[in-house]
Design a protein around this ligand. Structure first.
Ligand SMILES: [Zn+2]
Length: 216
């Protein structure tokens, strides 16, 4: 399984494996409306024998820690559990950080740390992180340290203070798969609506291939 969390849709990887059921590709990226590479929509689910083995998650512009973790728990983790890959390769972009100059996402080092911590919770198979984009030379080293610290079970050495509309600490841990459902804790109702709309689109396009938790 290949998981992309670079801010840009993983279009090349998607194209290579689009008809291949042996490799499940999943991409979490900024909504590609007027944003490179202008593809990566929820209806792009693979073709032929590979139908259902491509997952595209176009996150609303401005998505931060809460939105990424909600997608991880409601889409990434359940599909990973059902597919059961031998290895998980992460296209590990740092350009979804809020101080990256290229895009509009708002992940913090706290969010990257929690994403890496959740990788460990998947438990099945090996994990490989490969470097992708990242254009703020001050923050990319800090994000890398946060990621490795999470994988080593150590505290985040570069925790960030929160900005308006972001979540952290115990809030980040408050998502839980309770009896097969996901409770939204996103703070902004507008953004919560948007991320929930994306999750519902994915439930519609992928529901016949994968059992996905309901939103409450
Ligand atoms: Zn990128």
């Amino acid at each position: 399984m290949i998981l992309n969390w670079d801010v840009h849709a993983s279009d090349g990887t998607k194209d290579i494996f689009y008809c291949d059921p042996m490799v499940l590709t999943m991409s979490l990226h900024q909504n590609p409306t007027n944003f490179f590479p202008r593809q990566g929509w929820t209806h792009e689910i693979g073709a032929e024998a590979g139908e259902g083995y491509t997952v595209n998650v176009p996150l609303p512009s401005g998505s931060g820690d809460a939105e990424y973790l909600m997608i991880f728990d409601s889409i990434v983790a359940p599909i990973h559990r059902q597919f059961g890959p031998h290895y998980l390769i992460v296209e590990c972009g740092f350009d979804a950080h809020h101080q990256d100059p290229l895009a509009n996402q708002r992940l913090t080092t706290n969010g990257y740390y929690e994403l890496a911590r959740r990788l460990l919770l998947l438990r099945k198979g090996g994990i490989i992180l490969t470097l992708e984009g990242g254009y703020n030379f001050e923050t990319i080293g800090q994000i890398a340290c946060a990621l490795f610290s999470a994988l080593l079970g150590e505290p985040n050495p570069f925790p960030e203070e929160l900005h308006e509309g972001q979540m952290g600490g115990e809030d980040l841990l408050s998502y839980s798969l309770m009896s097969g459902s996901i409770k939204s804790k996103a703070q902004s109702p507008r953004r919560a609506d948007s991320i929930e709309a994306v999750i519902r689109q994915l439930q519609g396009s992928l529901g016949k291939y994968w059992a996905l938790p309901r939103l409450t």
